[in-house]
Design a binder for this molecule. Structure first.
Ligand code: SF4
Ligand code: SF4
Length: 512
């Protein structure tokens, strides 16, 4: 233990407070001190750093990131672990199970597991490294550093390092306008400049003042710089569909100066109110309608949200719940619809159950909606009854038919159908594409299931068809190679990478 705690002290010292450093030094002389005790000390510092930044969110730079504290430490942990007990990495999952470090346990544990995976990778244990990296990823799917460790492990296992190099070389030639024109709110009243699952960085809080306060903030400038230098270092190579599906424009074809000169934001996504009439198991454990006090808090900032809506080319409502079930979003939409400057820029994302002619008229949506996106997650009623708990299959299909009519009459421009892929519905993906054609959808979008904290690790493992440890993963990969998914209406979002999966299937057959 003495050599391990000395090593931990040396490794963590630069990032720890003097007091924590001293505690570790004292632990060095305490024979009863365990690795868990030492990690608990480090965790305390880690959680303090997160609170200081008022945020979660994960990236790769000190000013933005939840894991910035742990990831560099964990990297060193991995690199220097050779000096200590080599079995540490493989025993990590059990070790972490024995203690809950605190509210940020999942991200802390995830980064430690990823560090262990890196260590195993360096030691040449590809299968164990990939397993550990998957466990790390399943604990926290949004840490960009953890994602990179996983992709690296998979590439080594598949003998396909060229795929990583290809992506990085491709990104060097590309540009993305989102950080120059997009604003997304979060349930913590934070502001991000892209989908926070793809680019998990906070640039400010919408309760703290006007947009100018953060449109030139350091995080904002650093994110933009990462696009301009072609590193895209805060962007997810797993979740961002523009990267996984190679959809970013070539930088030579873009007039970057016009993006830099534009009024910000052009593209607004409201995801701050989680109220919803359903409680889908993949999203939440129980029905969540925010209390009156929260609604009032949201309503109190409506005055600063309305100008954003009026100036934007697209206003996406909402990415957090259901806009028609949310009292706050209903009131925001009504206020918008009576403003003479309101124009056709709404993208309505809904579970569809309440989206009928009555709601359309009540909210004054006629002429203001460009696109409606309906999340269904099933092509059959019995599956829908599970995936969309509290929904009504017949009612939702009737409403999709109503929306299809709006599309045919030109009242809306586009209709999208959405499907969160998981163990119990992946076999219906091909039927869902047919359903999309039936309702004249412009897109059917497939997204991977995520664990938003509603599942235990064991429960999530049953749903996580994307893990090569899942008993039906190979069936899923084979099904995904069906040519129906080549149809132009299909958007495979972040799951397109699984169409390329090769060696992982064989690896499953190799005994651990
Ligand atoms: S590349 Fe992807 S993650 Fe990065 S800013 Fe663009 S859309 Fe967001
Ligand atoms: S409909 Fe959407 S927001 Fe509502 S519970 Fe289901 S997944 Fe969550």
């Amino acid at each position: 233990m003495a050599s391990l705690s000395r090593w931990l002290q040396r490794t963590f010292q630069p990032r720890l407070s003097r007091q924590a450093g001293q505690t570790i030094a004292e632990a060095d002389h305490a024979p009863q001190a365990s690795l868990l005790d030492l990690l608990q000390i480090i965790y305390k510092e880690y959680s303090a750093a997160i609170k200081q930044r008022k945020g979660l969110l994960y990236g790769s730079e000190p000013w933005v990131n939840n894991s910035n504290f742990i990831s560099p430490i964990a990297s060193r942990l991995s690199g220097e672990m050779n000096q200590c007990d080599a079995s540490w990495a493989t025993s990590l999952p059990q070790l972490i199970e024995t203690r809950n470090f605190g509210p940020y346990h999942a991200s802390f544990a995830s980064a430690l597991l990823a560090a262990g995976a890196e260590h195993l990778l360096q030691a040449g244990s590809l299968m164990e490294a990939t397993r550990l990296a998957e466990t790390a990823f399943n604990r926290n799917r949004f840490d960009v550093w953890v994602q990179r460790v996983l992709l690296n492990c998979r590439a080594h296992l598949n003998g396909d390092l060229a795929s990583i190099e290809d992506t990085e070389a491709w990104l060097k030639t590309r540009f993305c306008g989102n950080p120059f024109e997009k604003l997304e709110t979060t349930t913590e009243s934070q502001i991000a400049v892209c989908c926070p699952s793809w680019l998990p960085v906070v640039v400010g809080s919408f309760e703290e003042g006007d947009v100018a306060n953060f449109s030139n903030s350091e995080p904002m400038n650093q994110i933009r710089e990462s696009i301009l230098d072609g590193s895209f270092r805060h962007c997810s190579r797993i979740h961002c569909p523009k990267i996984t599906q190679r959809e970013l424009p070539a930088r030579d074809d873009v007039n970057i100066g016009t993006y830099q000169a534009r009024t910000f934001p052009r593209d607004v996504v409201f995801s701050h109110d989680p109220s919803c009439n359903l409680s889908c198991p993949s999203c939440r454990k129980t029905l969540a309608i925010v209390p009156k006090s929260e609604q009032d808090r949201f309503d109190s900032v409506s005055g600063s949200l309305l100008p954003l809506m009026l100036n934007a080319d697209t206003v996406h409502i909402c990415g957090s719940g259901d806009p028609i079930a949310s009292t706050h979003f209903r009131s925001l939409l009504k206020s918008y619809s009576v403003d003479p400057r309101a124009h056709r820029n709404i993208l309505l994302q809904t579970n569809g159950v309440l989206c009928d002619q009555r709601a359309w008229d009540d909210l004054g949506l006629a002429g203001l909606v460009k696109t409606v996106m309906v999340s269904l997650d099933a092509a059959r009623e019995e599956t829908y009854n599970y995936t969309r708990r509290g929904g009504d299959w017949r009612r939702v299909l009737k409403n999709v038919q109503f929306l299809c009519g709006l599309k045919s009459s030109g009242s809306i421009d586009q209709l999208y159908l959405l499907f969160v892929v998981q163990g119990m519905n992946y076999r219906e993906m091909t039927e869902f594409v047919e359903m999309g054609k039936l309702y004249k959808a412009d897109k059917v979008i497939f997204q991977a299931i995520s664990n938003w904290g509603t599942y235990t690790e064991a429960e999530f493992a049953k749903h996580n068809i994307f893990s090569f440890e899942h008993a039906e993963h190979s069936d899923f990969v084979r099904m995904l190679n069906n040519e129906v998914f080549d149809d132009p209406i299909v958007d495979l979002h972040g799951i397109g990478i699984y169409r390329r999966t090769t060696g992982l299937e064989e690896a499953r057959a190799v005994p651990a």
